[in-house]
Write a protein that binds this ligand. Structure first.
Ligand code: AHR
Length: 515
């Protein structure tokens, strides 16, 4: 066995050195050892009042000449419906801790303007507020995730917001909602009690925030059958102390604790171009992106210590790539392009998320439109889907499916900053109809890989698939060339008995369906 593994690794290493060779890899799909259901919420999205995420991205208003449905861009709505967005976080991010929800309700002409201090000093006219957001969620069939203002808001303000959204009775806030044209309460499950409370959300110490959380969350009530799932503002990346202090001092008073992890070069200076980068930069990106696994594991280990029964969920409510903004755009608007490299960050990240769903119950990529690693880019009437969008669409077959362990033997590569990446990544699941889906990413920029997968505990007759690849790893979609990177039919897989053979071209992401 050891000898076989060594020969696989040697073969892989040789192939990396000699371009254009095809590497042989093997894997076992343990369909006979099914794991947990993959919660669809790990495919969640995030929409902040930042740059053109809301205004111009999701919302153009009823009077716009951009085709819209009650003010929401119709093209973006349709694209998001196809994505099956399970949950949408709003209104921030850092914006949330300066947002006063009462400024965003009632007749639009009466809504006060504010300065968006976090994001470029842009004037926010509050024309997109609570009603507009919750109605959007209803249109999309998406669970809303409200991020409440702890940093600069009051306990009373947050408590009344919950009442406005979810109370059916004759309460003051329910009456106010009715005056604003909405009779029945919405259903709101997820409530974030602050965001990045260690930073833009109030620069608090974890001990202090733990008490603040306890106080605010006490007054966020469950009205009329609505059950809140309260989420404490969690750590940034490697800040394990924050998680420890919250687990110690808040414990089961929170239903979930958040975590933020960005694939970013560093917080000072240039973060690198989204579209002009070297092969070495690409591999570095994958190393940094995959480090999320170690970070998740270490936060989970702390949670396991204080909460062995896994009652408190880990909610990775911000993740994704963070590059320099596109030249000529407002640096505070975080508008970045999205290449095939970003698509790999998405696929490799999901491969990791699927393994930790006994604790990881939600993840929200930052952000849905026009900000950071977005699904969609818009400019005026134009819209394009990003390579990341296509991965989310190709992977949505795994939502609420049963995880199947996929044991991949693969060559590895040492990359910058002392990290090591596997050359082949993947994940698998079985959906409620019994179909098995396998997603595979060949991260090798030069070499195809032939994978032989032994299917344990099942037999299938038919395999079909989709592939996402392009001539260059820097390829991306623009408004002039929106289809530069898009999925096509994949014919490179064959099945015989319980052996599946897949020939993955260099730099490709594939999702297979076995029936
Ligand atoms: O997603 C952009 C910003 O990143 C969010 O507003 C903040 O929470 C994080 O620092």
């Amino acid at each position: 066995m050891k000898k076989k593994l060594l020969s696989i690794i040697l073969l892989g290493t040789l192939s990396i050195a000699n371009c254009q060779l095809s590497m042989a890899q093997s894997a076992i799909l343990h369909a006979d050892q099914p794991g947990a259901v993959i919660p669809k919420e790990i495919y969640g999205q995030f929409a902040e009042h930042l740059g053109s995420c809301i205004y111009g991205g999701l919302w153009v208003g009823e009077n716009s000449d951009i085709p819209n449905t009650n003010g929401y861009r119709t093209d973006v709505l349709n694209a998001l419906k196809a994505l099956k967005v399970p949950v949408l976080r709003w209104p921030g991010g850092c914006f949330a801790d300066e947002y006063h929800w009462m400024d965003g309700i009632g007749p639009k002409e009466n809504r006060p303007k504010m300065v968006n201090n976090n994001w470029g000093g842009t004037i926010e006219d509050n024309s997109f507020g609570t009603n507009e957001f919750l109605n959007l969620c209803e249109l999309l069939g998406t669970e809303p995730y409200i991020s409440g203002n702890v940093g600069s808001g009051t306990v009373e303000e947050m408590a009344k917001w919950v009442e406005y959204m979810t109370s059916e009775g004759d309460s003051p806030m329910a009456r106010l909602r009715r005056q604003n044209g909405r009779d029945h309460a919405w259903r709101v499950k997820y409530l974030g009690v602050g965001n990045e409370s260690w930073g833009c959300g109030g620069t608090m110490r974890p001990e202090y925030y733990a008490d603040v959380y306890r106080r605010y969350s006490t007054y966020c009530r469950n009205y009329d059958g609505n059950r809140l799932f309260k989420i404490a503002s969690g750590a940034s990346d490697y800040d394990y102390e924050w998680t420890k202090v919250l687990m110690e001092n808040v414990g089961r008073r929170m239903d979930g604790i958040s975590l933020h992890y960005y694939t970013v070069l560093g917080w000072n200076g240039s973060k690198g171009s989204a579209t002009q980068f070297t092969d070495d930069d690409f591999y570095w990106t994958l190393g940094k992106c995959r480090e999320i696994e170690d970070v998740i594991k270490r936060h989970i280990a702390i949670m396991d210590y204080y909460d062995p029964g896994k009652n408190v969920a880990l909610m990775l409510d911000e993740w994704g790539t963070w590059w320099d903004v596109e030249p000529g755009t407002n640096p505070g608007h975080l508008f970045q392009q999205n290449s095939l490299r970003d698509a790999f960050v998405a696929s490799l990240t999901f491969d990791i998320f699927h393994k930790y769903t006994d604790r990881l119950k939600m993840a929200n990529i930052a952000q849905v439109v026009n900000v950071l690693q977005s699904m969609i880019l818009t400019s005026g009437k134009q819209m394009t889907l990003t390579p990341t969008y296509h991965v989310f669409r190709m992977y949505n077959v795994h939502q609420d499916a049963t995880y199947l362990p996929l044991d991949i033997q693969t060559a590895t590569k040492d990359v910058r900053d002392h990290r090591t990446i596997p050359m082949l990544s993947g994940t698998a699941s079985r959906d409620q109809q019994g179909k098995v889906h396998i997603s595979l990413s060949n991260v090798d920029l030069q070499n195809a890989q032939e994978v032989t997968i032994s299917l344990q505990g099942m037999n299938f007759k038919q395999v079909t698939g989709e592939i996402l690849t392009s001539a260059r790893i820097t390829d991306h979609n623009t408004f002039d060339k929106p289809d530069q990177v898009k999925p096509t039919v994949f014919n490179g897989a064959t099945i015989s008995g319980n052996t599946l053979k897949v020939k993955l071209p260099a730099k490709s992401i594939v999702t297979l369906e076995l029936k």
